[in-house]
Design a protein around this ligand. Structure first.
Ligand code: MCN
Ligand code: CUM
Length: 795
């Protein structure tokens, strides 16, 4: 690992800083580049058994009988477990993160294709999988509900007959904003535009699928669980509640994680099955799903059917926005979002605009599809909200005959209006939108692009320019109004400086590829002046890290990053007192200069943080009342979310003969406040933009009318590669967050949130000569072709 440390000084943006923020190469990369990462599937324990799950082949059916005798007799098989057996232990159902319940193994009915029905534990993975084929399940097939628009029809089959008194497929209603005030502005508007939009079901599809190794030690009474989780502490608490084990007897370890994108936030039946299997067999048990299992059964994202309405004056002043949403939650509400926000943070659908009124009404329904709802770099449904507002603003521009950039510039919330309370009650902490928009336009050469487009149109060529401007709400969240199953959304952080001046920082969040081992070392380095190379970041092990809610909703920097900065300041405060003793001056006479205290006016008399660390642990006297050691722990409860923003411009070309869309250029200007590591930020943005191309042009989890999942492999569920994406052009502005100790805002999901509307807006712009006003994602050649011919296919 020492080799990378020579590059600590490779700073581009922060040349004046010897340690701390800047383009430091990733500390974790030597491990990954040499193939030395350690993932859940790399965990091998003595005597370990393997678990495989039998899944339902149909979307909706009553289970008549299950015969496991042949499977039990199969070579190498140690146990075959069904839902009925789990029910005897009261383990057949588990709570979801959204106050619903989900079957661990089906007992009464199967409710989606791919649902867990039984599991086999065997000596190896192959014996377990072979035995699955020998389990004989008799199904009484029922009509499924696949289209959310038909879920509430009076004759729709009832999916959740397990819920007491349930007579229909209604999941929840939710509303926000002021309906009457919105009605009033719509009534007096010169122009009202409405548009139906579908954000299709997509899947995070991380490179590593989900899995776990459970090891229950009956003598110690301790459960060790290596699992693919983005939130080890929150998972531990849930296992404690479900399994009735004391929390200190459960250790959840998330080692290296091969991508999460929200897919690893929920607790899946497979984890629980592995735990049960280990308890039953007394052996360690590994469960690792395959690609198809991951695609058909784990947390999907989106599946929002929306109607957007926008009201404006003739000269382009936006007055109000209204939306009606039908949310498809699948068979169980497995959404991961703070409990008070059943639709996540969709409430930011008013976007970056200063408007007079807004209103949203949402109905959520159950269907016979896999559960989930919040995943895939969604910022808790902000992805859908941003798509909605940025598409209808474009529809309005079209209606008014106004340039879409000009319309946005005219309606932005102004810098002096921050902190800005939106019409749905969110308080945007800071923002300065116009410079961000102008920078993107300048990088794109916007006026020149419009001229080029006009010339091409005259020649019959299809070129489109699409804009999206977004504001996100990330960093959940203030304990007073955000919790997940009663757990407040704060994060702990612990910092220990060892006698030789090397440090260990322990986090409650968990990287799945975002580079926390590097950036959190940089945050601490910036505060206490120990080089990042000398700061080890520990995470992903509940026995060795403080409690906190984990990584999702781009909350690590806003919440845990703040904790890291504050814990370092706490250590520095103590170091100052020790330094005053060492230099025999009062605390007030000391000045801090990145890594050392010196006597004010006498820089020659100084002690470094390393000198202080040694003294803190050493034999000499310490100032009155100061304990030995140099360490601190805190729990940070954010006072608000952070609100990053960005301006994206996309240029597409469409082949008029094949309707194939090519993203020729993409300009992304992001503002995430103070930037810790610009290289990592750019990596996050590149990844998110690539996600955006996938969703806008290729990806969809589709179902046939029987509920067969048509996206069960990467042959059917297309995800983009470097061949489908352009060379990204990134830029940035910096508007620090006023309440965050270092002014940083989250960025991990920004590009996934902002890019789909930019791409769709570009495609629709290219299709203007055909009179097309909208077409739904994914804009595959066949959909673009249909749009050009004026026939929109049902999504
Ligand atoms: N960063 C920074 N300066 C800032 C903000 C962030 O240097 N002002 C750095 C951070 O220090 C961190 C990275 O950028 O190393 C992302 O930080 P942040 O925005 O706080 O997001 P999280 O670390 O909480 O990551 C979660 C976010 C989410 S929710 C999804 S989904 C997603 C994403 O990250 N999943 C990812 N990016 C991913 N990237 C990879 N490689 N793999 C995933 O699974
Ligand atoms: Cu919503 S996907 Mo991320 O928050 O892990």
């Amino acid at each position: 690992m020492t080799t990378v440390h020579e590059r600590v000084d490779t700073f581009h943006d922060n040349d004046q800083k010897p340690v701390g923020y800047g383009r430091m190469l990733r500390k974790e990369d030597p491990r990954f580049l040499r193939g030395r990462g350690r993932y859940v599937d790399d965990v091998q324990l003595p005597g370990m058994l393997h678990l495989a799950i039998l899944r339902s082949p149909v979307a909706h059916a009553r289970i008549v009988s299950i015969d496991t005798s042949a499977a039990e007799a199969s070579p190498g098989v140690r146990a075959v477990v069904t839902g009925a057996m789990l029910a005897e232990q009261n383990l057949a159902w588990m709570p979801t993160l959204s106050n619903d319940v989900q079957a661990v193994l089906a007992t009464d009915k199967v409710r989606f294709q791919g649902q867990e029905v039984a599991f086999v534990v065997a000596d190896d993975r192959y014996a377990a999988r072979d035995a699955l084929e020998l389990i004989d399940v008799e199904y009484d097939v029922l009509d499924p509900v696949i289209d959310a628009r038909r879920a509430l029809a009076p004759d729709a089959p009832l999916i959740r007959d397990d819920l007491d008194g349930k007579t229909n497929n209604h999941c929840f209603d939710w509303e926000t904003g002021d309906e009457a005030a919105t009605e009033a502005v719509f009534a007096r508007a010169d122009v009202v535009v409405s548009q139906d939009l579908v954000y299709p079901r997509v899947h995070p599809a991380p490179m590593e699928t989900c899995g776990a190794v459970a090891d229950y030690d009956a003598v110690e009474g301790k459960l060790r669980l290596w699992s693919t989780t983005q939130a080890p502490h929150a998972h531990r608490t849930l296992y404690a509640i479900v399994a009735g084990l004391p929390e200190h007897k459960i250790q959840v370890i998330s080692p290296d994680i091969g991508g999460g994108f929200g897919n690893k936030v929920p607790i899946y039946p497979g984890y629980v099955c592995a735990i049960v299997a280990s308890i039953v067999t007394g052996k360690p048990v590994k469960w690792m799903e395959d690609r198809s299992e991951n695609l058909i059964s784990t947390g999907f994202a989106r599946d929002y059917i929306m109607r957007g309405e926008i009201a404006a004056t003739r000269d382009g002043r936006i007055l109000g926005i209204r939306t009606n949403v039908l949310a498809d939650h699948g068979a169980f509400n497995g959404t991961a979002a703070p409990v008070k926000y059943p639709a996540g943070f969709f409430g930011v659908f008013t976007g970056s605009y200063d408007i007079e009124a807004a209103y949203c009404r949402m109905t959520a329904v159950y269907t016979n599809k896999a559960p989930g709802g919040v995943a895939y770099a969604c910022s808790f449904r902000i992805t859908e909200a941003v798509y909605l507002v940025e598409r209808i603003v474009d529809c309005l521009a079209d209606e008014l005959g106004m340039d879409p950039a000009e319309l946005r510039l005219k309606n932005f919330i102004q810098p002096e209006q921050f902190p800005y309370t939106t019409k749905t009650g969110w308080v945007y902490d800071s923002g300065n939108y116009e410079p961000t928009m102008r920078l993107a336009m300048e990088m794109a050469g916007y006026d020149e692009l419009r001229r080029e487009q006009a010339e091409k149109r005259a020649r019959g060529e299809l070129m489109g320019i699409g804009i999206a401007f977004f504001t996100e709400a990330v960093g959940a969240g203030p304990r007073k109004n955000m919790d997940i199953l009663g757990l407040g959304m704060a994060d702990g952080c612990e910092l220990r400086v060892h006698p030789t001046g090397k440090a260990v920082v322990r986090l409650s969040v968990q990287s799945q590829g975002q580079g926390h081992e590097t950036t959190f070392a940089q945050i601490v380095a910036e505060e206490i002046g120990i080089p990042p190379a000398d700061i080890e970041v520990l995470h992903g092990d509940t026995d060795n890290t403080p409690f906190g809610l984990g990584t999702y909703g781009s909350r690590s920097t806003p919440v845990s990053g703040a904790a890291a900065a504050l814990v370092a300041r706490k250590v520095r405060d103590k170091a100052r007192i020790i330094a005053s003793g060492m230099l025999e001056v009062s605390v007030a006479d000391l000045e801090w200069e990145k890594g050392a205290f010196h006597v004010a006016g006498d820089p020659g008399r100084s002690v470094t943080i390393q000198d202080i660390a040694l003294r803190a642990h050493g034999a000499g006297d310490l100032p009155e009342g100061i304990e030995g050691g140099l360490e601190a722990q805190i729990c940070y409860n954010p006072s608000n979310l952070t609100y990053p923003h960005g301006a994206y411009i996309c240029v597409v070309d469409i082949d008029p003969g094949t309707a194939q869309v090519t993203v020729r250029r993409f300009i992304a200007v992001d503002d995430c406040g103070t930037r810790i590591n610009p290289m990592i930020i750019e990596g996050q943005v590149h990844g998110g933009l690539t996600d955006g191309v996938g969703m806008a042009l290729m990806e969809m989890i589709a179902f046939d009318e029987d509920g067969n999942c048509l996206g069960a492999s990467l042959m059917d569920y297309l995800i983009p590669t470097s061949l489908e994406v352009p060379d990204w052009e990134t830029g940035f502005t910096v508007t620090p967050s006023p309440h965050h100790p270092i002014g940083a805002k989250g960025v991990g999901e920004s590009a996934t949130v902002g890019s789909p509307p930019a791409i769709v807006n570009a495609v629709i712009d290219a299709l203007k000569p055909f009179g097309v006003r909208h077409a739904d994602m994914p804009l595959t050649p066949s959909r673009v072709w249909d749009a050009m011919r004026g026939q929109a296919r049902p999504p």
